[in-house]
Design a protein around this ligand. Structure first.
Ligand code: EPZ
Length: 418
């Protein structure tokens, strides 16, 4: 099992290029099921989850042409299978994103329930509830969702909880439904907007993406498109936090500062100097120690839960006391015990972590548990005294393209061991 070996102490300096957003590329690849002519998707990140989605769609009969830059042509004109088996869904929960497109285009689907994961139970009841409201006949038995529908019809859907993939699944299903669908209390994440823009380029009629109410007027069919995936705001934030923690100066390119205002504000509060351009952000910590910040995660545009572990890591060595409250997932503090083993002074009270910043962390062997927790452990390793070994880094490879290469480019002492 791959591990990362990190020797802490080097301030990060230099420039890196940000990859396309995993959480936009995944729904956009699923959306190619909706069209009967090929789509060409570019700026797709080289990640394990992307490979999983491509192989899942490939098993259904989607034909792919992938070039060396991972630009992907997907042709769904010969789809012959409408299921997503457990052995694939259990490796990637986002497989649930094929459910809406399969029912909308083919009128049937047999998709495994994506069990829970390290960060929580993560049910998909709201996806199912919405599809039933649009006329799908859905049975949930023996761990599978089995759905049938002649043609979905529009409906007004009021989401009990803001759900990103729930909003995406229902928006995709509504593009081919008869009539108008309203999604109230919709997720407003930039990845939802990117998916809506892609669907509209395929011929869909979607308005309001990025607001709490999305209106979709169904059409007869969608056609293939050329679309470039937006930059990954979480990868962007992760490298900026790495610069802030190590007292360095880093410029991230091919990104969009407008995607992560809440994160940038917290980094300014921590004492960083930030400059930004059309497609770049530069963070300069000038050798200073960050000040502790308080974080309260919530759906976009509030502070993103996917950046909580990274700011937790920063707070462990910041000056002062930082409070982090996680409101989105019920178990997203798996990194805390590992950080405590590195000497962090953290007290957990329910869904709040109280962190007393220490002068320095001590390297230790630690274990990754989920994608963003493992990013937090890598960041801690960058500042710890000695050599930190992060185990089970397959979690990291799901969401960070070539992390050790990008960090090495910035002057980190990091290598992968098999
Ligand atoms: C998406 O997950 C992201 N994944 C997650 O990123 C991200 O952490 C999360 O949104 C929140 O921003 C993708 O986009 C592929 P939710 P998703 O549905 O859609 C509850 C990463 O690191 N809920 O917005 O699965 C749920 O339990 C990953 O890249 C229901 O109760 O998250 C959670 O408490 C991790 N019923 C809350 O809503 C439902 O039917 C938000 O979950 C759906 C969700």
């Amino acid at each position: 099992m791959d591990k990362l070996l990190i020797t802490g102490g080097n301030p990060l300096n230099g420039e890196i290029r940000i990859s396309g957003a995993k959480n936009a590329a995944l729904p956009i690849l699923a959306a190619t099921l909706l069209a009967d002519t090929p789509s060409y998707i570019s700026n797709v990140p080289h990640l394990r989850d992307i490979t999983t989605m491509v192989s899942l769609l490939g098993r259904m009969g989607v034909e792919f042409i992938v070039d060396e830059k991972l630009n992907i042509e997907a042709n769904s004109s010969n789809v012959h299978t409408f299921n997503a088996p457990y052995e694939m869904v259990k490796t990637m929960r986002a497989s649930i994103l094929v459910l809406g497109p399969l029912i909308a285009r083919f009128g049937k689907a047999h998709v495994s329930l994506p069990g829970g994961c390290a960060i929580g139970a993560r049910p998909v009841n709201l996806h199912i509830q919405g599809l039933r409201a649009m006329g799908a006949d859905i049975q949930v038995e023996e761990g599978y969702i089995t759905a049938q529908a002649k043609r979905l019809h529009g409906a007004t859907l009021c989401m009990d909880i803001v759900t990103v993939t729930g909003t995406e699944n229902l928006m995709m299903a509504a593009t081919l439904a008869e009539g108008v669908t309203l999604i109230e209390n919709a997720a407003r994440e930039p990845e939802v907007i990117d998916l809506a823009n892609c669907l509209n380029s395929m011929g869909a009629h979607i308005e309001g993406a990025g607001t709490g109410t999305i209106r979709i007027e169904g059409v007869e069919k969608l056609s293939g498109t050329h679309y470039s995936v937006l930059p990954d705001r979480i990868e962007t934030g992760t490298y900026l936090v790495a610069a802030a923690m190590t007292g360095g100066k880093v410029k991230v390119k091919k990104t969009d500062a407008g995607l992560l205002d809440a994160v940038l504000l917290k980094l300014l509060e921590a004492g960083a100097t930030i400059t930004r351009g059309d497609d770049w952000i530069e963070l300069d910590m000038q050798g200073r120690r960050p000040r502790a910040v308080d974080i309260h995660t919530s759906p976009y545009p509030a502070f993103p839960t996917d950046m909580q572990a990274q700011l937790t890591a920063m707070n462990t060595i910041a000056s002062g006391v930082g409070m982090l409250t996680e409101t989105v997932f019920e178990n997203r503090f798996m990194h805390i015990s590992e950080l405590q083993r590195m000497g962090a002074n953290i007290r957990l009270e329910g869904n709040t972590a109280i962190i007393n910043g220490v002068e320095s962390l001590q390297a230790a062997p630690v274990m990754a548990t989920d994608l963003r927790a493992s990013a937090g452990l890598v960041l801690a390793g960058l500042v710890a005294n000695g050599e930190t070994l992060v185990d089970r880094i397959y979690h990291i490879d799901r969401g960070y393209e070539r992390i050790e290469e990008k960090l090495t480019q910035l002057g980190a002492q990091i290598c992968r061991s098999h």
